[in-house]
Design a protein around this ligand. Structure first.
Ligand code: UD1
Length: 344
């Protein structure tokens, strides 16, 4: 058994896939989650895949005393992967203080407690949202950080700054910030995926729900962008590929391979796909016809963004390998599984 790793938000969408990959690599995982956007039975499904039941404690990262006690109860945690955060762009506009409180207080609590409990490594879920509308594509980690377009995006920028300032002050911690592009898909077993929480705001969950007949029609937000087919372009990354990036980040920290105390990596495929291309790829991959309609632009959308993942490829030795077809099939299989379980 390798080192003990704490995964906050470990029953969530990206967190649960990462727990499986950590276990597959021999790490011992402790999950904490407040279950605000997930359910405890995710732990059963993690166990079904990996054969190992991770420790699970229901805990909110805003609870400083609770966290302090957790580190006492599970001594020897070597690193934290911090997923637990609020992440819906639209909701963050409606409830900014909830977003600032949750996303900032959780991070501050963890960073304060790490040195006290000799936790060295920290991997943080950041987002390509910190780049805003890019000036050059593909976008590298050195691109300018633009003014955030939502409170959610702003919390990611502020989180990155808090981490950097904390390390600069001499805190004995080592950090990797992973800037995710657009995570999609589900585990190939269809035991893990993104649980629906009301009407989906993101493209792929809305798309699979439409294909299932839960939604009547998928709205494509705009076909008058400056792109070949007029729809927005994104870098869609398979969630298992993304999960694996966390394992190599943890390996790198714990094996002392970091070149800086804070390192930043783009986690994307390097392939830009338009919304319409994605819809057609889904239809091809699954044989399911999709009811969609072009409507007006959605406020705040970025026209086009995709990663230059070269730094992550070279330094982490990590590359996204899953095809878009397999990824979309996994999303569809997950949706079919949700219907079996009668979850909408
Ligand atoms: C947003 C966030 C990103 C976050 C991600 C996942 C910003 C700028 N981006 O990405 O940080 O990581 O959500 O939570 O804050 N679309 C449709 N119809 C739909 C839904 C979406 O056409 O019903 C289009 C959108 O206009 C966009 C693309 O699909 O062009 C992707 O949208 P979405 O899945 O919401 O992700 P982002 O907005 O790219």
């Amino acid at each position: 058994m390798k080192e003990r790793i704490l995964v906050t938000g470990g029953t969530g969408y990206i967190g649960s896939h990462t727990v499986v990959e950590l276990q597959n690599s021999g790490y011992e995982v402790i999950i904490i989650d407040n279950l605000s956007n997930s359910t405890a039975d995710v732990v059963d499904n993690i166990e079904k895949i990996s054969g190992i039941r991770p420790v699970f404690e229901k805990l909110d990262c805003q609870d400083y005393e609770g966290l302090d006690a957790l580190f006492g109860k599970y001594p020897g945690i070597k690193a934290i992967i911090h997923f637990a955060a609020s992440k819906a762009v639209g909701e963050s506009v409606e409830k900014p203080l909830l977003y600032y409180r949750n996303n900032l207080v959780s991070l501050i609590n963890l960073l304060e407690l790490m040195p006290e409990h000799q936790v060295k490594g920290f991997v943080f879920s950041s987002s390509c949202t910190v780049y805003g509308e890019p000036d050059e594509l593909p976008i590298t980690e050195n691109a300018l950080i633009k003014q955030a377009t939502s409170p959610y995006g702003n919390t990611k920028q502020i989180n990155e700054e808090i981490v950097r300032d904390t390390v600069a002050s001499g805190a004995p911690i080592e950090v990797i910030l992973l800037r995710y592009f657009n995570p999609i898909g589900a585990h190939p077993t269809a035991l893990l995926g993104e649980l629906p929480n009301g009407v989906p705001q993101n493209l792929v969950p809305f798309l699979t729900q439409t294909a299932m007949g839960i939604r009547e029609k998928l709205s494509v937000f705009g076909d008058d962008y400056n792109t070949p087919d007029g729809s927005c372009i994104r870098d869609f990354i398979n969630v298992v590929d993304l999960a694996k990036a966390h394992v190599v980040a943890i390996d790198r920290i714990l094996q002392g391979k970091q070149k800086e105390k804070v390192e930043i990596f783009n986690i994307g495929t390097g392939r830009g796909l338009s919304v319409l291309e994605l819809i057609h790829a889904f239809e091809e991959a699954t044989g399911v016809k999709l009811n969609y309609q072009i409507v007006g632009r959605r406020a705040g959308d970025i026209e086009k963004i995709w990663a230059d993942p070269e730094f992550a490829n070279r330094e982490l030795g990590w590359t996204a390998v899953e095809t878009i077809e397999d990824t979309l099939r996994s999303a569809w299989n997950w949706q079919l599984k949700l219907r079996e379980r009668d979850i909408q």
